[in-house]
Design a binder for this molecule. Sequence first.
Ligand code: AMP
Ligand code: MG
Length: 561
Amino acid sequence: MTGKPCSLDKLRFCNRFSRELPADPITDNYCRQVSGAIFSRVQPTPVKAPALVALTDEVAELIGLSAADCDQTRLARVLSGNEILTGMDPHASVYGGHQFGHWAGQLGDGRAINLGEVLGPDDKTWTLQLKGAGATPYSRQADGRAVLRSSVREFLCSEAMYHLGVPTTRALSLVQTGDSVVRDMLYDGHAKAEPGAIVCRVAPSFVRFGHFELLAARGDLSLLETLLNFVITTDQPALGARLREGGPAERKGIYLDWFTQVCHATRDMIVHWTRVGFVHGVMNTDNMSVLGLTIDYGPYGWIDDYNPDWTPNTTDAEQRRYRFGQQAAVARWNLYQLANALYPVIQDADALQAILHTLPTSFGNARQAMMAQKLGLSHEALSHPLYGDLLDGLERLLCSQPIDMTIFYRCLIEFACQHETDADAEPGAVSLARSVAPALYPSETNGSADAHGNAVPDANNLPLFRDWEILYRQFLQIPAFNTANRRATMSAANPAFVLRNYLVQQAIDLLEQGDRTEFDTLQRLLRQPYDTLSAADKRFAARRPAWANNRAGCSMLSCSS
Ligand code: AMP
Ligand code: MG
């Protein structure tokens, strides 16, 4: 340790996970199958010249860290794994998973190293995890490292999601390592050296569906039950108390209640993704958090022009298993896998089935309620006999030609609120087509533009716009909302700023050349995603420019990271 003690030295590590769960007895760092344990102790591999690129003050506060009182060089050493603080207990955990629908066996933290769990000032517990800190027993053929571009993407997107109100792991820091990492970004034989980086992720827990699946696949029911009891006790205090106080006969009910909570948290996360236009890209069961947090930001992307079939992940380009419109169905499939894994300890297939059978309706209802907020409609709209038609018609409209999802809904706020003052006007008086013009992408069939350079709807699509406008106006007549609460509801459900793929790519390109202005601007904007952007920042809320349509990183991404 150098210099005077600072808040780094006062972090309170409690390390429940590594204290209470069984450890792999082997501490040498070589690749292997690990059974009878939940994790392996492993030290981060030191990096050459760690330099702090960014630190999120609010996340630091959560764990009781104040960057201001720390020496920046030391902070970078700690957040790259070059210095291990007293109280830390570095380890990688072992899990399995279904990847693209197929059982993949043991996976584990191949490049993530948990430093330990910290008690925050409010006594909440947070796990600190370095991503890219070097090889672990679970690295298989890979190097345990991460490149700057993927680390910037993870760092920015975790925080963007948090400020959008989407459950997510957080990002405390981004450190450049000073080492280079070789990657073949497009898997086309053009490997090159790229700058390496490490993100320190923070979450109450990083337990995944795949943790349970691996234990079930190996028939290790005793450890499966141990992990289940641990997760229930640490994540769900109320259920944990029932577990402590109740007898063995009550266990089954508690486990089923926990599974129900995982289902609900997963559902809520997916509904948020649908709301903001987020596509995860790799919804394998090893990337599903039992807390319903968005986790493992890889080839994710944001919907620009609305397309439920879109996925940013080039590895999934043919099957499109993880496309935007399929995420709810995939989440339910993943929950089936979790239910299968829990079955050996719960031993009640009917009870698990009963929960699983509620999911389509439960997901559907949650989506419908969320859509009502996006459309500025009160709860009464949900029971309106034409509500299904309203949503179906909107889907058809959004798919009819390239329409920017984020801009469309922001324009709809103005349309819906003008309607209030214009309720008696004929349909078309505040024409929807005119209101949403800024959201329309010029297309081949649609070369014409209005006076502001916005495209106008394809002539063929005008009836769709008109019919939907008429129907929407009927819903806007439902008297439950006044203009002020309609505007507030819509403005809180429809972000003005999302972390568009091309924006992050631009920031990465500049950062790699040593220019951090764009990166800093994105860090600032993502903190207030629901505020209308100032004139100076307007370009960050604009449609994707044509040059970005087919550029790697802007419209498509590989898993290479
Ligand atoms: P992902 O799909 O990125 O979540 O990764 C799937 C599995 O591959 C996980 O077990 C990761 O830990 C592992 N993995 C991915 N990239 C690397 C890497 N560069 N080094 C070691 N393991 C990796
Ligand atoms: Mg993963």
